[in-house]
Ligand binder design. Sequence first.
Ligand SMILES: NC(=O)c1ccc[n+]([C@@H]2O[C@H](COP(=O)([O-])OP(=O)(O)OC[C@H]3O[C@@H](n4cnc5c(N)ncnc54)[C@H](OP(=O)(O)O)[C@@H]3O)[C@@H](O)[C@H]2O)c1
Length: 330
Amino acid sequence: MRAMICSALGESPRLVDVAEPVPLAGDVVIDIAACGVNFADTLILQGKYQKRADPPFAPGFEVAGVIASVGADVTGFAPGDRVMALPDFGGYADLVCVPAHLVTHLPDSVDFIDAAAFQIAYGTSWIGLKYRAGVQSGEVVLVHGAAGGVGATAVECAKMLGASVIATAGGPEKCALARHYGADFTIDYASENIRDRVLEICAAQGWKRGVDVVYDPVGGDVFAQSLRCVAPGARLLVIGFASGDVPQIPANILLVKNISVLGFYFGAWLDQNPDQAQEAMGGLLAHLAAKDISPVISKIYDLADANAALDALRMRTATGKLVIDCRTGR
Ligand SMILES: NC(=O)c1ccc[n+]([C@@H]2O[C@H](COP(=O)([O-])OP(=O)(O)OC[C@H]3O[C@@H](n4cnc5c(N)ncnc54)[C@H](OP(=O)(O)O)[C@@H]3O)[C@@H](O)[C@H]2O)c1
């Protein structure tokens, strides 16, 4: 089979032929139709992600396709079933072997490209905002990096929860996209001060002294400014560090304002909260099947062009989600 294999950490993956996986007990092998591209793919390739992979390996955390074979002791899945899954890595390939508990049946109404773009972005934003931060209707949510993969879904999910959304992004085009995704107000953090603009917007709207919840996949100075424009009792959701800068948190500000900083890691949360995870992801999938939500996919790449997708994330030229169509070029 074909796979985009990383042979050494720090090197770009290359398309090569490798042996097809054989499922062990409890595993299924998926014939991959599509794989979602995530910023975390760029990190795991450098050995900088919280999950480590030893070369040679193919990146790729979220796939959709058809069951090709099942190992011993697997019940509930059979060859030919349409599924989506969250492998530890290995999605930039024709086939991937995944433990069956990480695989979900796919409704016929959901196509593979949408399914591959759905799980991580929507799962992170929906569970982070609803279950971890407890966003309530009428609250004000500040979403950073709002034109990116998780950011765009955070805008949509916060609106679904009945919140008002102030979104930030770099540049007027990305701000326009954030408004298109549902943001009530946008701040171009390439040219505007986040703290000043948030307080200005809140004052004009008659909202307390700042926002109630911050959703931050960017980190660095964006996080530092956020601490200075939140309302008393606010919750700051740490999602990621796309800026490359992990913020240090001054505890005195948390104390004085009675605010909470909450870490949220989607993959670990699913493992730690299996019952809530089933409820949350099942509910989201029903929304996807009913077309209440639909992933914003800005570009679809062939497997052989996967490095161009990774470069687009690194260079900040991507918007919404990027997806690899693993069926083309076979
Ligand atoms: N906690 C979790 O479970 C979880 C789940 C998924 C993702 N994440 C994390 O969330 C972050 C975003 O992931 P994603 O897949 O949504 O990525 P993405 O699509 O590339 O979006 C990242 C956004 O961050 C902004 N950004 C600011 N500085 C950047 C820089 N130096 N390089 C690249 N982007 C920069 C970009 O928007 P502007 O150009 O508008 O600034 C971009 O749209 C990553 O750190 C990822 O690891 C965490």
